[in-house]
Unconditional design. Structure first.
Length: 70
């Protein structure tokens, strides 16, 4: 789908120095906006400031070049 957000997540279980079970979690999302017309429209639909999240490195705002199906 060209409108669904996609995310990758990695979960690393480990034990801290006291032997307590802990988790390190990393995630990154990919935000397509072409179907919405503008990234601003996508942000309004979701109520999320994707551009600010992209600045923080939490997501990548993607765009799709036109496809030639001939």
């Amino acid at each position: 789908m060209f409108s669904d957000n996609t995310a990758l997540s990695f979960v690393y279980p480990y034990q801290d120095r006291d032997g307590k079970q802990e988790w390190h979690i990393e995630q990154h999302s990919f935000i397509p906006w072409e179907k919405a017309g503008l990234i601003q429209a996508k942000e309004k639909q979701g109520g999320i400031d994707y551009r600010e999240l992209a600045k923080k490195g939490n997501c990548t705002i993607t765009c799709h070049p036109p496809f030639n199906y001939l």
